[in-house]
Design a protein around this ligand. Structure first.
Ligand code: DAH
Length: 365
């Protein structure tokens, strides 16, 4: 450990040699400073007024020097002082985060750059709302492909080939499939109902699923039609499932989505894959059922199709435990855009797909 020697030789050569010894010492000690406690010891050892190394240098070298050497020794001691002080400061800086100096050209009172916050699209939000209502009732989410075979989209849902009900679906087909058997030909699914069969092939009863997804139909866009839209399908299969279960489930779901004042109404309809089938309307939430433009003065708005699963659908999966004499089920399918338009008072379905940021911002609050 470095100690300050008493000098007898005050020649320039001897002084420089001593300065070099001291410089080596302070630098190697500084390099060993790794924490605040060590830094404090280091500072005191070199800079303490009482008996610090600088004080000793002053006493033993400058004060003790003969008159004729004072000038040179004084300059040397001054250099040493600057060196030691800056070395001690540097060890302190190395430990603390450097203090930030705010340049006078940076005006910190200016507002920052605002990044626009993204939000769920109204269609996705509505779809997620429907999903949470059914999840709370114990349903899980299932998905299927958007490019589907004729078998899953039609045949297994009891639309036989050439059946007139196929015409109601305005199907978009994939080109150049004529060489394949009809049931293998690909098309863009016209509804989410094929996920019912796909799920029942994979999973034995009981089943409680909802299937959200995108569907396509050959429709000319207008205020209420879009060739691409979304549906949420539902399927419940178990022993003793009745039409009352279907009514209670959908009535609860509509109240959960639109408020407890909403009423539901079921009236007879037809779908090849359900028997009996029904369409479901809710009391118009715009006018409260009195009659307005949205409900075409009827007080009711039709929102979905539903029914009891037709035994001939179960027959396609009977080997997986779906014996229609032992089990029963209900199914439903709703259009998500329809729900979103009701919920947010949107009168043109095209607004949902044009991507106008002003519209999306308005709907995302
Ligand atoms: N898939 C039908 C459609 O797109 C909607 C539907 C009706 C689904 C009745 C169902 C159902 O599951 O039971 O028009």
């Amino acid at each position: 450990m470095y100690t300050v020697p008493q000098l007898t030789d005050f020649s320039g050569q001897a002084l420089n040699a001593e300065k070099e010894r001291l410089t080596d010492a302070v630098e190697s000690e500084a390099a060993a400073v790794k924490d605040e406690a060590a830094q404090k010891l280091f500072r005191d050892r070199w800079m303490a007024r009482k008996n610090g190394i600088l004080t000793q240098v002053n006493d033993l070298w400058l004060k003790a020097s003969p008159k004729e050497a004072k000038r040179d020794v004084g300059a040397l001691v001054n250099d040493i002082k600057i060196l030691v002080e800056s070395t001690v400061d540097a060890t302190a800086l190395g430990l603390k985060p450097q203090s930030v100096t705010v340049s006078d050209r940076l005006d910190i009172t200016l507002p920052g750059i605002r990044r626009p916050i993204g939000a769920e699209h109204p269609v996705l939000r509505t779809m997620n709302d429907v999903i949470s209502v059914f999840r709370a009732m114990g349903y899980s989410v299932a998905e299927g492909p958007e490019v589907e075979t004729d078998f899953y989209n039609f045949e297994a849902l009891n639309f036989p080939p050439n059946h007139p009900a196929r015409d109601t679906q305005d199907t978009l087909t994939i080109a150049d499939q004529e060489s394949k058997p009809l049931r293998e030909r690909l098309l863009l699914r016209t509804h989410t109902s094929p996920v019912q069969i796909r799920t029942m092939e994979q999973q034995k009863p009981p089943v409680r699923i909802i299937c959200p997804g995108k569907v396509h139909r050959r429709d000319t866009p207008d205020a209420s039609h879009s060739p691409v839209f979304h549906q949420v399908e539902g399927l419940a299969v178990d022993t003793n499932i009745t039409f009352s279960d279907l009514k209670g489930t959908l009535d609860h779901a509509m109240k959960a989505l639109f408020g407890s004042a909403v009423k539901t109404r079921f009236f007879p309809s037809f779908f090849p894959f359900t028997e009996p089938s029904a369409d479901v309307a809710i009391s118009c939430i715009i006018c409260g059922g009195k009659g307005c433009r949205t409900c075409k003065q009827t007080g009711w708005v039709e929102l979905m199709g539903c029914g009891m699963v037709d035994p001939s659908v179960f027959d396609f999966v009977k080997d997986n435990g779906y014996d229609s004499t032992k089990i029963s089920g209900f199914a439903f399918g709703m259009g998500v855009e329809r729900l979103a338009m009701m919920k947010y008072g949107i009168d043109d379905i095209q607004l949902l797909f044009q991507g106008d940021v002003r519209f999306l911002q308005q709907e995302s609050n």
